[in-house]
Design a protein around this ligand. Sequence first.
Ligand code: PMP
Length: 406
Amino acid sequence: MSLNISDIRSDFPILSQTIYKRPLIYFDNAATTQKPIQVIRAISDYYEHDNCNIHRGVHYLSVKATEAFEEARREIREFINAPSTHEVVFTKGASESLNLVAASFGKKFLLPGDEVITTIMEHHSNFVPWQLICEEKGAVLRVATILPDGELDLENLYSLISERTKIIALTHVSNVLGTVNPIKEIIAYAHKQGIPVLVDGAQGVSHLKVDVTDLGCDFYCFSGHKMYGPMGIGVLYGKEKWLEEMPPYQSGGEMVKDVTIEKTTFNELPFKFEAGTPNVEGVMGLRAAVKYLKDLGMDEIRAYEDKLLQRAVSSLSAIGGVRFFGEAPGKASLVSFLIGDIHPFDAGTIIDKMGIAVRTGHHCAQPLIDHFGIPGTVRASFAFYNTADEIDRLAEAVARVKTMFK
Ligand code: PMP
């Protein structure tokens, strides 16, 4: 079934506003997506009816809030097809999930001289935590490169694997190039050599059907706010065998089983990694976002967004002088580009004045931007609530920028 975009748009109150006397066109979805009314209501309903600290009360509200929180965990487990709710840890977001694994896995398993492999297309959140833990442990960070069209250079990636490789950490979808990495194939290859794989799914879950069991990944990390849910909530999926062995990342209430003056024992999974009062409102919002995505259907979303992408690529190409970064086959729905030698900030500022929100700069992926030897790009990233007409407005705006700088 195809999506009814005008119905969908009416679920997103923020989209109906005008800015600079023009209808807002929101193409900054890779930075954060807008929230449907169902998500906004789930949060306000929680505070109106159910607010309470969870897991530790015997009274009515506490039990009700705890049940809703754990039901949300079950629904999120099902959404990514994780084998068990023990493997679904709530975090602040993808960055916290990635930091958790780098710090905790690194503490337990990295020795001096060991190696971690990542890629040049990583967001800083899946790069810097590994850089830091490698520095601390005397380990070496190896960085796989890309092909000219923005595909991961698999030959190069595989050539970096050695008997010292302890983990491969890579993104599912690049937030700059839109490249969808063949992670299932990479995971199978790595597993043959006994190497676990972490996948940064921050840009994956909103565009693709994610099945962590089918992928076979050891860790999968994502943020609520990039999948139509609230900010400040995210998920770490981790295989039980790793999470059991990994030491706690943070400590405090909730993550302990027994505390004496001499010693502390830790709670079972996933609570061992959930110190302190969790973001219950965030979990309620994320649960509503997951339901929203499931109701639309990830395959329908992917098919519609792909049409938007094809229209953007052809209409921007027709202008002439637009240089794209990331042209891998099957890429996700975003375009990163430069218009001649116009600085991306200048282009983005003019495009904004025409009512269109695009992102400019290095997109928190400086090693990748350095690889291209450019100051940054203009990035337009699409969601299922965007329309063909909005894409045409973007092409007009880009043509205008080109004329202004002639
Ligand atoms: N990884 C990727 C690929 C991203 O695009 C982002 C956000 N731009 C992150 C990680 C970090 O996500 P967050 O800021 O929500 O923690």
